[in-house]
Ligand binder design. Structure first.
Ligand code: ADP
Length: 267
């Protein structure tokens, strides 16, 4: 879409021609559409837990629930839905901060073995509950320069998803290796792989979009917000890295990240 604005040029009180302003507005329109779609999605996502909290609280307040067990299960739903709201609001704020470029990296050297030991430790209870084996394979002396909190957020998201979308008894693994690129710069290639349910081929290109889920009910029941991968992609790109995904339905998925070993100063 191109907008044409004609402005008559006047010199010495007489017309000398027209000045045309050509402005490429395709991108502006697409951004406007994305923004309004995002607002519509956010409203929809927020309405569901708010309605659930309201409905169950009203039933309890109305005194219609006599037995304690049912009352407790209603309270648990209210609590869980409130937690979901909390996560949603947190993710929405995080995404908007990143997208409006208000996030700056605070980089330092990170020893990857120690880093993954601590990330896996945090997730060990969740994995144990599903009897999922959680492991890492990282060379002993590998360091990367990056923002530790953001890298933690990236791998917590990917590994939580891997645990979440893998059946009981499966396995989840993270690996890292050094990679020398043809231009002489060094990268670290990470993979987060699982033996889970996999992602259908047709959904793969859209998996990093905000609120895109393969199975809405499953994501909801496990407390997902549908924003995790979108945040991950932004954080990887902030580190000048790339992320991709490979998956076989019913066999498992692998998320592959390439991050530069060193974060060079922007000119
Ligand atoms: P959610 O909060 O729903 O997990 P994400 O943005 O993290 O949102 O992921 C988007 C969708 O991608 C998920 O709803 C799920 O359908 C799919 N997905 C993400 N990771 C995996 C995985 N390891 N295995 C299978 N499906 C996955």
């Amino acid at each position: 879409i191109v907008r044409l604005d004609g402005v008559p040029m006047i010199q010495d009180g007489t017309y000398r021609g027209m000045l045309f302003l050509l402005q490429e507005v395709t991108e502006i329109r697409a951004l406007e559409r994305m923004r309004s779609e995002f607002v519509a999605n956010v409203s929809h996502e927020l309405k569901t837990p708010v309605a659930a909290v309201k409905g169950f609280a009203e039933t309890l307040l109305g005194g219609g629930v006599k037995d304690e067990k049912t009352a407790n299960s209603f309270l648990q739903i209210i609590y869980d839905e409130n937690e979901r709201l909390n996560r949603l609001i947190g993710d929405i704020l995080e995404l908007s901060k990143i997208e409006s470029k208000r996030v700056q990296l605070d980089c330092s050297p990170i020893h990857l073995i120690e880093f993954f030991d601590s990330v896996l430790e945090t997730l060990s209870k969740v994995a144990e509950k599903k009897n999922i084996s959680l492991s890492s394979n990282v060379p002993a002396e590998l360091f990367i320069e990056g923002d530790e909190d953001k890298l933690r957020q990236i791998f917590m998201n990917l590994l939580s998803n891997a645990i979440n979308y893998t059946h009981d008894g499966g396995s989840v693994k993270v690996t890292a290796m050094n990679h020398l690129k043809p231009d002489g710069t060094e990268n670290v290639i990470f993979t987060v792989s699982d033996t889970g349910m996999g992602i259908p081929r047709k959904d793969l290109p859209r998996i990093f979009e905000r609120f895109y889920r393969v199975d809405k009910a499953r994501s909801r029941s496990s407390g997902g917000t549908g924003l995790g991968l979108s945040i991950v992609k932004h954080l990887v790109e902030l580190h000048r890295g790339v992320i991709s995904v490979e998956s076989d339905l019913g066999i498992g998925s692998s998320f592959i990240l390439e991050l530069p070993l060193l974060q060079e100063e922007e000119e």
